[in-house]
Design a protein around this ligand. Structure first.
Ligand code: ATP
Length: 312
């Protein structure tokens, strides 16, 4: 006899942050956006997103970065849930969204995009939609250029604005240390600074470097450390000069490589092992040049549904 399980009343997912191991910025398109080529890696620093059936839409946030997250319809998780409900014509759609926020806000680690990706998957499951993966990816891209990667996780090349993904042949586990800033940087402002500083108007079409692809295939953290590159690093330094001292300190304390993550201000350092990562965290904290440090491994999976949903 077959059994039909009741729909869940509540679904919780966890979603990782990302670091850009490579970020090349190309020419400005007619739509006002730059063509990008990036290599994303999902890292084990997670937000948890819980959606629960409710009478009306709401979003609440807990965790260390809760205070910096919008609580209304501007919240990216709320926008994602509503977009999915409209797209799939879900009746009785309202959900209460709870975000346990561990990814820094406006830190260049795609925290908002992670919550949007989490809300899509959690609501898809809550509403029993069984969607085609490509369709879900298209909705994700509508919400933001980093959202498809937050769904997918792992390591991937992103092109276009970062939303067109291609898999990367990669090996190994990488141990990262993140130097966090208490104040975020706005992504549009960093691109604006890139435009101001870039006088060469013939910026080439970006593409992933052979050095990066070789490093990831080899699984060698030293090679990856040497290959890290980010065209938004100088603009981020220009807006926040103190970040240069953070990068220098990490390299001096023995990191294999360091880079501004995305549009900053997080500075990501690569180390050779979890012990090395711990040592670097201690040294950076003692140096007094950083606001806060944390460490995480990558690559990790994209959105994952956590066990234990409550049933109606
Ligand atoms: P990226 O690396 O994708 O450029 P980021 O990490 O620099 O992004 P986010 O943390 O995604 O930046 O936040 C960008 C802005 O989005 C913030 O200023 C915040 O007000 C807004 N926002 C909306 N919803 C959320 C959310 N759920 N979590 C965090 N920020 C959100």
């Amino acid at each position: 006899m077959s059994t039909v399980s009741a729909p869940p009343r509540s679904v919780t997912v966890r979603v990782p942050a990302k670091v850009n191991c490579e970020l090349r910025v190309g020419p400005l398109g007619a739509d006002g956006y730059h063509e990008l080529s990036t290599v994303f890696m999902a890292v084990g620093l997670y937000d948890e997103v819980t959606v629960t059936r409710a009478e009306r839409w709401s979003v609440t946030t807990t965790g260390p970065y809760a205070a910096h997250v919008p609580s209304g319809s501007d919240n990216l998780a709320m926008r994602a849930a509503r977009l999915l409900a409209r797209h799939m014509r879900v009746t009785r759609a309202p959900v209460a969204i709870r975000i346990d926020k561990n990814i820094p806000v406006a830190g260049g680690m795609a925290g908002g995009s992670a919550d949007a990706a989490g809300a899509l998957v959690a609501c898809e499951h809550l509403w029993g939609l069984r969607m085609d993966r490509d369709e879900l990816m298209e909705l994700a891209a509508e919400l933001g250029s980093d959202v498809p990667f937050c769904l997918a996780g792992g390591i991937a090349i992103g092109s276009g604005r970062g939303e067109r993904l291609a898999p990367v042949l990669a090996r190994g586990t990488y141990h990262w240390v993140f130097a966090l800033s208490s104040q975020g940087l706005s992504t549009p402002e960093v691109f604006g600074e890139f435009d101001r500083l870039t006088t060469d108007i013939s910026v080439p079409q970006p593409e992933p470097s052979p050095a990066m692809m070789t490093a990831l295939r080899s699984g060698d953290p030293e090679a990856l450390g040497d290959a890290l590159v980010n065209d938004l690093q100088e603009p981020a330094f220009s807006l926040r000069p103190a970040l240069r001292a953070v990068l220098d300190a990490g390299l001096e304390f023995g990191a294999l490589g360091g880079i501004i993550s995305g549009s900053g201000p997080t500075v990501a350092f690569l180390t050779g092992s979890s012990e090395h990562a711990l040592d670097l965290c201690v040294a950076l904290t003692a140096s007094g040049v950083v606001d806060q440090v944390t460490r995480a491994k990558g690559p990790v999976h994209g959105v994952q549904i956590l066990p234990g949903p409550t049933r109606e």
